[in-house]
Design a binder for this molecule. Structure first.
Ligand code: PAF
Length: 267
């Protein structure tokens, strides 16, 4: 596997591949690779003649400087994993290589990028679109692979590709989990043993909600997380001190309602 650090070196190899009519898959990553990334790379290797994996901790998508500083960087181990997965090339540029001058472009895909991560991490998706569009321009892949764990990111990238009319296919790949259900993430490396245990609640809660939706004999009409005073759906946990989950379910032809207070104000 070739490791290159500049767009010039990257494109020299890509030119050779293109001259031989080879198809190219791109797997954009920020490194600290794990089995989730490996599944993307293996899929690309299976579906393309050559696979380029970019390893770049993109500063423009971090709204928190401490998060950027603490993001794990493990280039040597990453390259071993990529070699074992059959990648053709690792592209690990410097910040100066990707941003020789500040990127002043803005990307806006409302309403996709105004909620959830877009609301909690201002500028995050703009930075993601800046770097992903640069990578697409540099590699010009036939297909690019993204994990479904970053579900909102995947939807925004699909929209960007559609609006910019880029001639490539975006392939979404399923979440990879530890045996106990925790979704794989480069950030898991920062969890203490106690936090690792606590984090299990995340997937357990999601799986429990899916079990409910598939429960025999029950048909969910709605579930809403609302402000207990206004009955309006809340989109941010901190926006109210009175959060109530309200549910309505048909059991056969019997319509049952229930609710649970997640937090309520002291009266
Ligand atoms: O999902 C990630 O790891 C990053 O957001 C990406 C797509 C590599 C862009 O930096």
């Amino acid at each position: 596997m070739k490791i290159v650090h500049t767009i010039k070196e990257l494109q020299a190899t890509l030119d050779d591949l293109r001259a031989q009519q080879k198809s190219v898959g791109l797997v954009p990553t920020m490194g600290a690779l794990h089995a989730g990334h490996a599944s993307l790379v293996k899929r690309s290797v299976a579906e393309n003649d050559a696979t380029v994996v970019s390893i770049f901790v993109n500063p423009t998508q971090f709204n928190d400087p401490t998060d950027l500083e603490k993001y794990p960087r493990t280039l040597e181990a990453d390259c071993c994993l990529l070699e074992a997965c059959g990648a053709t090339m690792a592209f690990a540029p410097s910040v100066a290589e990707m941003y020789p001058q500040p990127d002043t472009r803005t990307f806006s895909y409302a309403p996709l990028d105004t909620v959830m991560e877009g609301a909690f991490r201002p500028g995050h998706f703009n930075g993601v679109c800046q770097i992903v569009s640069k990578l697409f321009a540099a590699v010009q892949p036939d297909r690019a692979y993204f994990g479904e764990k970053d579900f909102q990111q995947l939807a925004i990238i699909r929209e960007m590709v559609k609006q910019l009319q880029l001639p490539l296919q975006i392939v979404g790949c399923p979440i990879v989990r530890e045996a106990d259900g925790l979704a794989l993430s480069s950030r898991n490396a920062r969890l203490t043993a106690e936090q690792r245990q606590q984090a299990l609640r995340i997937s357990q809660t999601l799986f429990a909600s899916r079990t409910f939706a598939a429960a025999p004999g029950l048909r969910l009409e709605y579930f809403a997380l609302v402000d207990g005073r206004t009955m309006q759906t809340i989109s941010q946990w901190e926006e109210t001190d009175y959060a109530v989950g309200c549910i309505t379910v048909f059991c056969g032809d019997v319509r049952l309602i229930d609710n649970i207070k997640y937090k309520e104000p002291e009266l």
